[in-house]
Design a protein around this ligand. Structure first.
Ligand code: ADP
Ligand code: MG
Length: 316
């Protein structure tokens, strides 16, 4: 299987729409953006044994590589459109590539994203870089920097599941509905594209959760030049996480990464709209704290402040 054949067989597929004037197969892709919309570009690399265990199935590896990029697009409030794929593999095995392509296009097709080019190389480790270009109406981007004192801090879905899912995957222990749920949260993250789009008129700032709730809120507030108080009892934990992680559930929620939920801030006057949005999307959106003047994240549990020294936390 040579490089040309590999690309033709697994990665040359019809684009999602006629915005792709030249796609896979030439020296470059030619893309036609919609008039009046700005481009939003994101890129993420996943390295074997760093971002995923090497025995994770190829379909999940590819799905995640696309989903983590879609999540960045979601956090900007943008619409994903075109992606490129840089693939480094130690060997080109047919069945692995077939699974990889299946996962890749499953994630992309859900949002009509076209694969328009890439690069394929041999190396000792699997390294996957996906770049997605999206678009957004002028001035409509959500950024990390708009949070204001008094705004509420919200999070979508539940947090901590993916980190626990990875631990479950690696432990290879008993399997039940709870462990399967947690594993799927790691292997098949759901980028909150629709939520991001709907938040454009509502949110003052947004970030997607890749490194862990605590450190991602820190990034948002430091970009905004504000502080935050997080109420630990309000943090949404799934039933499976509570049952499998027990006492570690809150710690997983605050410091575990890979959830790809959205964390955003909004003025309290948007509360009814956000409540309605959660209902319309069938996705929990939970207020977990408040922005204040100053700096730093303060986590409160049972009226006491908790500080973290990553990855654990200590009480004082
Ligand atoms: P060049 O040598 O001009 O960079 P390549 O031979 O690397 O071109 O690639 C040929 C075509 O295949 C290009 O259009 C490139 O974008 C595309 N391509 C290469 N690898 C991939 C991949 N993994 N997925 C999608 N398209 C790819
Ligand atoms: Mg070329």
């Amino acid at each position: 299987l040579d490089e040309f054949e590999l690309i033709q067989r697994f990665f040359n597929r019809a684009p999602a729409d006629d915005s792709v004037l030249v796609g896979v197969g030439d020296d470059g892709a030619v893309l036609k953006p919609d008039a009046g919309r700005n481009l939003v570009t994101v890129i993420d690399t996943l390295v074997e044994n760093v971002h995923f265990p090497s025995d994770l199935n190829a379909s999940d590896i590819a799905f995640r590589a696309v989903a983590v990029n879609l999540s960045d697009i979601a956090a900007m409030g943008a619409r994903p459109r075109w992606m490129t794929l840089a693939l480094t593999l130690s060997h080109a095995r047919d069945d692995w590539l077939q699974d990889f392509a299946t996962g890749l296009f499953a994630a992309a097709d859900e949002h009509n994203v076209s694969l328009v080019g890439g690069d394929t190389t041999r190396g000792e480790q699997i390294v996957i870089t996906v770049q997605i270009n999206g678009d957004i109406a002028d001035g409509c981007q959500l950024t990390r920097s708009g949070a204001k004192p008094g705004d509420l801090v919200y999070v979508s879905g539940t947090v901590g599941d993916a980190a626990e899912g990875l631990a479950v995957l690696q432990a290879r222990g008993v399997q039940n509905d709870d462990t399967e749920f947690l594993k799927a949260r790691f292997c098949r993250p759901i980028a909150r594209i629709e939520l991001g789009n709907e938040l454009v008129p509502l949110a003052s700032a947004a970030i997607d959760l890749s490194d862990g709730l605590y450190s991602d809120i820190e990034k948002l507030i430091s970009s905004s030049g504000v502080g935050a108080i997080v109420d630990c009892e309000s943090i949404p934990l799934s039933g499976p996480l509570r049952r499998i992680a027990g006492d570690r559930a809150l710690r997983s929620a605050l410091t575990g990464g890979d959830d790809y939920e959205l964390c955003f801030t909004a003025s309290p006057k948007q509360e009814p709209s956000i409540h309605a949005l959660a209902k319309a999307l069938g996705l929990p959106i939970t207020a977990i704290g408040r922005i204040r003047e100053g700096s730093g994240v303060t986590c409160r549990q049972n009226g006491r402040d908790i500080t973290f020294s990553h990855p654990g936390y200590r009480h004082f």
